[in-house]
Design a protein. Structure first.
Length: 416
């Protein structure tokens, strides 16, 4: 749509962001993925058992996944389970059957429009994947949180020891979800959590020893569980950092004492400025993270413009004085940044063996950003080697104490 066709122009593009009520949502569908043969479970006894399969019948998929995991699965104490939203209504039965057949007492996870396992993406098709750990039960604690806790309230595991780190899953329909994530991270002695926001066309089910909805859920660990984690961006800045001079809620009026829409036009150029619907497909807003010395930023969608008043509406509440950049969704840059992240996390792991990992990637990544044949996951495998890996494609990714978009968050469990 040409910018002269109307006064208020809503912009719709696939990705994560907030609607007018401040709710996080996915506004598109990932493409169907087909192909790539299933692998076989790795045999190293240090590695966590895992299984994954696709089938229109969840019973057949679960049977195949359990066969892949093998008998060592019965030594597990805590499992991570991710299922396609095609199986969401079956999740209570899947969880019950998995607990019975595996003997693993504790489970966490969620549903996703896409899930992943090893170097395999299951996008928009019925599938499930799980990984089973053998951490002592005194070293972790399952949780299901709906409300923030009083400031300074810590979470404990085992015999009253402080929780160090957590894997969290969230529901996009939860009010003030970013605040809830920040609050929960503050209850960890490290101040750090990782995870993702469930993606579903139904109820965004999560798992915390049972099927739950709303808020946050997951598992917290003591400091005795060795982990390494890093985040990779899927967008890159296209211009300088601006200062928000005037804003209300998620609507920006002025940047650097100029009308916000004028600044936006200058950065994206004349061709894109004449076709804002096209621009909304790969131009986004980046909000630099305060006090971060690595230049980190959160990416949010452009969701509308007011032509006459030269306003920009974005998928995040902002305020005057805050920094802002514009950025583009770029496959080449995303691959480069993923490679950088994998080198960094490999250095963090050092000589310690990777026993298993979790990967939370944005619905806007995967095949649409990295190309076909599970290229994003194969990059992880090619750089770090074969190890059990499960996860899902999220409606927002969680790292440290924030919800990101268009990112990938990798968490490794290391041999102590």
């Amino acid at each position: 749509m040409d910018r002269s066709d109307g006064r208020v122009l809503p912009l719709r593009a696939g990705g994560t962001g907030m609607d007018r009520q401040g709710r996080w949502r996915w506004a598109g569908r990932s493409p169907l993925f087909t192909g790539h043969r299933w692998g076989h479970a790795l045999q190293d006894e240090r590695l966590f058992p895992y299984g994954h399969a696709r089938d229109a019948d969840w019973r057949q998929a679960l049977t195949a996944a359990l066969e892949m995991a093998g008998p060592r699965v019965r030594n597990g104490t805590l499992g991570f389970l991710y299922v396609s939203d095609a199986f969401e209504s079956d999740l209570p039965e899947i969880l019950s059957a998995l607990r019975k057949e595996s003997g693993v007492p504790h489970w966490t996870g969620c549903v996703g429009i896409g899930i992943c396992a090893m170097a395999r993406e299951y996008l928009d098709e019925p599938a499930l994947a799980f990984m089973v750990t053998d951490f002592p039960e005194a070293e972790f604690r399952l949780f299901d949180e709906m409300e923030p806790h009083p400031s300074g309230t810590s979470l404990t595991v085992g015999a009253g020891r402080p929780a160090y780190f957590a894997i969290v899953h969230g529901d996009a329909q939860t009010p003030d979800l970013p605040d809830l994530v920040a609050d929960f991270a503050g209850r960890m002695s490290s101040g750090f959590v990782t995870g993702g926001i469930s993606s579903s066309r139904a109820r965004n089910a999560q798992i915390a020893d049972k099927v739950v909805h709303g808020g946050l859920s997951g598992v917290a660990f003591s400091e005795r569980v060795a982990i390494a984690t890093r985040l990779t961006q899927g967008c890159s800045p296209i211009g300088p950092t601006h200062r928000i001079a005037e804003a209300k809620n998620n609507v920006i009026a002025r940047l650097d004492d100029r009308p916000a829409l004028d600044v936006f036009y200058d950065e994206i150029g004349d061709i894109l400025s004449r076709d804002l619907q096209r621009a909304a497909g790969f131009i986004f807003v980046a909000l630099p993270v305060k006090y971060d010395d690595r230049g980190d930023y959160t990416v949010r969608n452009l969701i509308g413009v007011d032509i006459d008043r030269k306003l920009l509406a974005i998928g995040e509440y902002v305020e005057s004085g805050q920094a802002l950049m514009f950025c583009k969704r770029d496959g080449a840059t995303a691959r480069e940044d993923l490679g950088r992240m994998l080198v960094e996390i490999g250095r963090l792991a050092g000589r310690r063996a990777i026993r298993g990992g979790l990967y939370f990637s944005c619905l806007g990544r995967g095949e649409s950003l990295f190309g076909p044949d599970s290229a994003e996951l194969r990059m992880i495998q090619e750089n770090l080697g074969d190890f059990p890996l499960v996860g899902f494609f999220a409606n927002g990714e969680i790292s440290h104490d924030k919800i990101y978009g268009y990112t990938g968050v990798l968490t490794l469990f290391l041999d102590a």
